[in-house]
Design a protein around this ligand. Structure first.
Ligand SMILES: [Zn+2]
Length: 66
């Protein structure tokens, strides 16, 4: 059984852009579940870390109301 990747938060240290992603499966969709560059300023060295509970909760709510 595939294990879904853990929710992650991507942060651009250049402009402050931040996004939490909760992959629905192990099929990672670029620029939905994973970011290689900042969509706001095209900075390519994003910080990434496991999302914390508050970020996961907020992202779940965002998806629910989308
Ligand atoms: Zn940026």
């Amino acid at each position: 059984m595939p294990i879904p990747p853990h929710p992650r938060t991507f942060i651009c240290s250049h402009c402050g852009w931040q996004r939490t992603t909760i992959p629905a499966s192990d099929a990672i969709r670029l620029e939905v579940d994973w970011f290689f560059q900042c969509p706001a300023c095209q900075h390519t060295e994003l910080e990434t870390r496991p999302a914390n509970r508050a970020e996961i909760m907020r992202e779940r709510l965002t998806q629910f109301f989308r």
